[in-house]
Design a protein around this ligand. Structure first.
Ligand code: SAH
Length: 233
């Protein structure tokens, strides 16, 4: 049985043709990308690294990491976003990038300990068993390798900002993009990481300012947040 929700995958497939439209439904991913890319690069020094991007979608993060000089494999279980990602790499002439339709758990059995860096961003809150993805990511990382996760907190503020604010008031995201019950508290994600044998290096918040329409990294993990971990060497 695959650890995926067919309705979630269908949702992302339906919108796939819009993935690289910086003013469209995926605008927030485009907006946060430079922030998370720099943050990842600062920790893991991407140039020359073997990177796995789990739940890569249309490849916004994967492509940008390859452009920083890493060798990237992007995986997802939604066929159309993967096609869009491949096409984009071709059109943009991005080197050292490959995409595959394979589950993280399946790849973990095939290629354990192979990646210097594993990223899994804005994906865990769309999966039935997110802890199983975290465990697979830990298995896929080399000893001493880096792992980066990002998702959305579960509390009243996250409900107000990520669902009411982003989907209904500001209309930054299509209605139904996120389901409150699937949001993940930082303490839960941290526990899954520790249970998978990882050391937690840093937790950062990501805040949206509706006036300037910009995101920034902050200490407030109340809504969007990122976690940097390492597999002990
Ligand atoms: N990580 C990308 C895309 C985030 S959108 C970025 O941050 O830019 C969430 C992605 O997770 C979608 O592409 C969706 O198809 C994918 N996804 C959802 N469930 C998945 C699963 N079980 N395995 C792999 N990918 C999954």
């Amino acid at each position: 049985m695959t650890n995926a929700d067919p309705q979630e995958l269908a949702k992302f497939s339906e919108l796939a043709h819009r993935w690289w439209d910086e003013t469209g439904e995926f605008r927030p991913l485009h907006q946060i990308n430079p922030l998370r890319l720099d943050w990842i690069d600062r920790h893991a020094r991407l140039a020359g690294r073997r990177v796995l991007d789990v739940g890569c979608g249309g490849g916004i993060l994967s492509d940008s990491m390859a452009r920083r000089g890493s060798h990237v494999l992007g995986i997802d279980l939604a066929a159309k976003p993967l096609k869009v990602a491949q096409l984009h790499a071709l059109e943009a002439g991005t080197a050292n990038i490959e995409y595959r339709d394979v589950a993280a758990e399946t790849l973990a059995a095939e290629r354990p300990g192979e990646f210097d860096v594993v990223t899994c961003m804005e994906m865990l809150e769309h999966v039935p068993e997110p802890s199983s993805i975290v465990t697979a990511c830990a298995t896929l990382a080399k000893p001493g390798g880096w792992l980066f996760f990002s998702t959305i907190n579960r509390n009243a503020k996250a409900f107000a900002f990520a669902i009411v604010g982003a989907e209904h008031v500001l209309k930054l995201l299509p209605k139904g993009t996120h389901e409150y019950a699937k949001f993940i508290r930082p303490s839960e994600l941290a526990r899954w990481c520790r249970e998978a044998g990882l050391d937690i290096v840093e937790t950062r918040g990501m805040e949206y300012n509706p006036l300037t329409q910009r995101y920034r990294l902050s200490d407030d993990t109340g809504v969007n947040y990122l976690l940097a971990c390492r597999r002990p060497g």
